[in-house]
Design a protein around this ligand. Structure first.
Ligand code: ADP
Length: 399
């Protein structure tokens, strides 16, 4: 069975074609600048086919999907002989609101549900819908499509953790609440952690730290998300590459009044100019910050300290939420690659009995325990794989 996984953004579209018999990626690629001019990078991963990396005209997502199918099936760059070999398409959809607590086969009713969540994720959901419609237009209605939601895993979070302490009618009438994101990643790494630990997920208390450009932490008890750091939007929780994380609205109002900034501009500042970029003035990339700190840049050092501190205190909060923890997982760009970040966070957690094995922590790019044999809590690096989860869910649903 071959499954195409699509992650459609407003002007970009990432894809991977999976051979689900071996769970291997046959080809992957990225369409960029859709609706502006257009560029496609297509990388075949089976056979000896060359990479295609050129500007091509992509006025809409439909032309982008058509270009992807064309490359996947072409004699020169292709990995399948015709479109009919693609059995199904799995889509990443950012927001499923309270409508979707698991992945679903897409039909007209599901499309209405996704559209109903557009106001919650105005930049992402409409782009995801465009990606689904483009696939239908190019591949026809007979190829089944599945939606896998970033928010779905967190639908098990109890009311005490998802309710905002504001007048209750905003939840009752408008569904304003904590939703959480990165659910596909947290679900995948928590599942892998249980396998690595050789225990049923039902018996484990895990904390998953997804640390990339965007970062969130998730408390997973008995295989279910019970709390997570992002909220109604992905802006809050930890300070991130460019996002502010937890913030006092009163301070936001003070800045807006003092500098005559309207709400859209303020949110742009909090989303794109804040986080470790805002504090350091150097970069949102943790590699740049670590290099700047080594050269003596104090604000880069402060930005990193602040990030480690927030991760550690959020982990501490989730230990309280679950009344214990068996394993802590590090994943995504920073979590998988920065030994310094992992070490600095774990230094706050020695009270829990977390002890890092420095030699194991220095390894990269693979699933590994980084705790010492005496550590009371298992510490794990687990590379995330959201695309594989989307392909697996799609396969399971179209059965
Ligand atoms: P996204 O949230 O966009 O999916 P990723 O999970 O790919 O992001 O993470 C990207 C981030 O990972 C980069 O901004 C960079 O800060 C960080 N990163 C990647 N490699 C390293 C490294 N070797 N050391 C520290 N940070 C790294």
């Amino acid at each position: 069975m071959k499954i195409l996984v699509i992650n459609a953004g407003s002007s970009s579209l990432k894809y991977q074609l999976f051979d689900m018999d071996t769970e291997s990626v046959m080809a992957k690629g990225l369409c960029e600048r859709i609706g502006i001019d257009g560029h496609l990078k297509h990388t075949p991963l089976v056979g000896d086919k060359p990479v295609f990396n050129e500007d091509i005209n992509l006025p809409t997502h439909s032309e982008a999907i058509a270009a992807v199918i064309d490359k996947l099936t072409s004699a020169e760059y292709g990995v399948v002989s015709s479109m009919s070999e693609i059995d199904a398409v799995g889509h990443r959809v950012v927001h499923g609101g309270e409508y979707f607590s698991s992945s679903v086969v897409i039909n007209d009713e599901v499309m209405k549900g996704i559209a109903a969540c557009n106001p919650f994720a105005p930049l992402h959901n409409p782009a995801n819908i465009t990606g689904i419609e483009a696939c239908t237009a190019v591949m026809g209605k007979n190829v089944p499509q599945v939606a896998v939601f970033d928010t779905a895993f967190h639908q098990t979070i109890p009311a005490k953790a998802f309710t905002y302490a504001i007048p209750y009618e905003y939840y009752e009438k408008d569904k304003v609440r904590r939703y959480g994101f990165h659910g596909t990643s947290h679900r995948y790494v928590a599942g892998r952690a249980a396998e690595m630990m050789g225990k049923p997920a039902e018996e484990l208390k895990l904390i998953s730290c997804h640390m990339g450009n965007g970062s969130s932490i998730c408390a997973v008890m008995g295989g279910k998300s019970v709390d997570t750091s992002m909220g109604f939007t992905p802006l809050v929780g930890l300070p991130m590459g460019t996002r502010c994380g937890q913030m006092d609205m009163g301070a936001v109002q003070f800045i807006m009044h003092k500098y005559n900034i309207d709400i859209d501009e303020m949110l742009n500042i909090l989303n794109k100019k804040s986080g470790v970029l805002g504090v350091s003035g150097v970069s949102s990339d943790f590699r740049d910050l670590e290099a700047a700190m080594e050269k003596g840049n104090e604000r880069a050092g402060l930005a990193l300290d602040l990030f480690h501190y927030w991760v550690a205190k959020t982990v501490g909060g989730y230990v309280a939420a679950m009344n214990g923890v068996d394993g802590i997982i590090f994943t995504a760009g920073v979590g998988e690659n920065s030994a310094e970040t992992r070490k600095a966070i774990c230094e706050y957690l020695t009270y829990l009995g977390c002890e890092v094995d420095d030699a194991a922590n220095a390894q990269r790019g693979k699933e590994i325990f980084i705790n010492t044999p005496d550590s009371r809590v298992k510490l794990m690096v687990i590379p995330t794989n959201e695309e594989l989860v989307i392909a697996r869910d799609t396969k399971a649903l179209i059965g």
